[in-house]
Unconditional design. Structure first.
Length: 425
């Protein structure tokens, strides 16, 4: 039997189209193995992908020629294959209720460029609805940032957009019960609308999903086959990464742990249910609990700072937040059995003030009795996790990757684009 150019077996007469499909499939298997396992020897790649050593060797050679992979010597006898990116530029966008952040990662220049906008909300005009910018603002900001970085919009390999709201899989738009959070995005098919305006591939995701992908790729979940990430800040969001892929579920709303009901007769949540995790652990709910005790604090970071300095009320609300998270994690983990659960967002900065009550809760202890290998960790990528997740997504979609996050990608070079000012919505 003949062999195709990548070393795989090919029957006589197989069409070039079929051979090309086989090569592409084998290449994807190698790329996915490197993303899941990190730098690997060619022998390890052959075992994990179940491809022949000759096939792996051919694929690695091609990836090196394309600048997608490199060989890293470990010692005099062994070397590892690692994913790298050495060319092209990628934009990552984070659409929050009160802000818009855009980062441009230029692999050719090895430089990162950022801009950020904040919004105020006319509550009379919007009747309580909140901000989040609008599609035109995102398009203008991406174009302006690219221009300021010396690039054309069409030079971008892709754009990833993280929305502070769940996206319905069937429509690609913000799901109906979350639309009041981002009124300007009502009924907008996010990826399609922005792609048509920018003229480059656009990928849209819930922000927690992107943060989960970033932490799995370069952070607390690196190397974990099954990973749960929970973002705890202004709201509570969750993302699942299973076998190296974001798990979205049938309707695209998988991982919405913030709306897991902990107390059926608890406070009303904006989703319309009662007693959701969000109603106990979000920034708003924690500040509200403190306000009722006479503490007029304005941010979750302020709560954490007061708790570190011994404020008993602030320490109490963080302790209770840990207990609530422990219950939610235990219920979720019994269904999906992740090997790692990571907490991100501002709340992770509470450290032991949160984690001590989380890991000691009755529910978590019961879970550990039947699943002793599960680990609860703080996320490590900080406030840029959503942007890094957008970077990871575009790298994956374009058949590239990076086994390690480049040092330059962490360095902000803030650019004040022409529309980079506070705007009223």
């Amino acid at each position: 039997m003949d062999q195709s150019a990548d070393g795989s077996d090919a029957a006589p007469g197989r069409t070039s189209k079929t051979s090309s499909g086989v090569r592409q499939g084998n290449t994807r298997r190698v790329l996915e193995a490197l993303r899941l396992n990190g730098p690997s020897s060619q022998a390890a790649l052959a075992r994990s992908t179940q491809l022949s050593p000759a096939t792996v060797n051919s694929i690695v050679k091609t990836l090196r020629q394309q600048g997608v992979a490199q060989i890293r010597p470990v010692n005099g006898r062994e070397s590892l294959v690692a994913l790298v990116s050495s060319h092209g530029a990628i934009a990552a966008v984070q659409v929050n209720v009160a802000s818009l952040r855009v980062a441009l990662f230029d692999f050719t220049a090895q430089a990162r460029f950022d801009t950020a906008l904040t919004f105020t909300v006319d509550t009379e005009k919007e009747k309580g609805e909140r901000g989040g910018g609008d599609p035109d603002l995102v398009v203008d900001t991406v174009r302006s940032l690219a221009a300021q970085a010396g690039l054309r919009t069409e030079d971008l390999a892709g754009v990833a957009v993280g929305m502070q709201a769940p996206l319905a899989r069937a429509t690609g738009a913000v799901t109906s019960w979350a639309r009041r959070q981002l009124p300007a995005w009502r009924d907008v098919v996010v990826a399609e609308t922005l792609q048509e305006a920018l003229g480059v591939p656009v990928h849209a995701e819930n922000d927690a999903n992107l943060a989960a992908l970033a932490e799995w790729t370069w952070g607390a979940g690196q190397g974990a086959a099954d990973f749960l990430y929970v973002m705890c800040s202004e709201g509570i969001g969750g993302g699942l990464v299973i076998d190296g892929r974001i798990y979205r579920g049938g309707d695209g709303l998988a991982g919405e742990i913030g709306h897991l009901v902990l107390q059926p007769d608890g406070p009303v949540c904006f989703c319309g249910s009662r007693g959701c995790l969000t109603a106990f652990v979000s920034e708003h709910s924690i500040l509200l609990a403190l306000k009722e005790s006479g503490h007029a604090l304005t941010s979750l970071r302020e709560v954490i700072d007061h708790a570190r300095h011994g404020d008993p009320a602030c320490r109490r609300v963080l302790y209770e937040a840990g207990r609530h998270l422990g219950r939610a994690f235990a219920n979720t983990a019994k269904l999906m059995a992740p090997s790692v659960v990571a907490i991100g967002g501002v709340l992770r900065e509470a450290g032991p003030l949160l984690f001590d009550s989380l890991v000691s809760s009755v529910e978590v202890q019961s879970l550990k009795a039947v699943s002793p290998s599960i680990r609860f960790l703080p996320a490590v990528l900080g406030e840029d996790s959503v942007l890094f997740g957008g970077l990871a997504m575009v790298l994956t979609e374009t058949g590239r990757g990076a086994s390690a996050l480049p040092a330059w990608a962490r360095l902000h070079q803030t650019i004040r684009v022409p529309n980079g000012r506070a705007r009223n919505h």
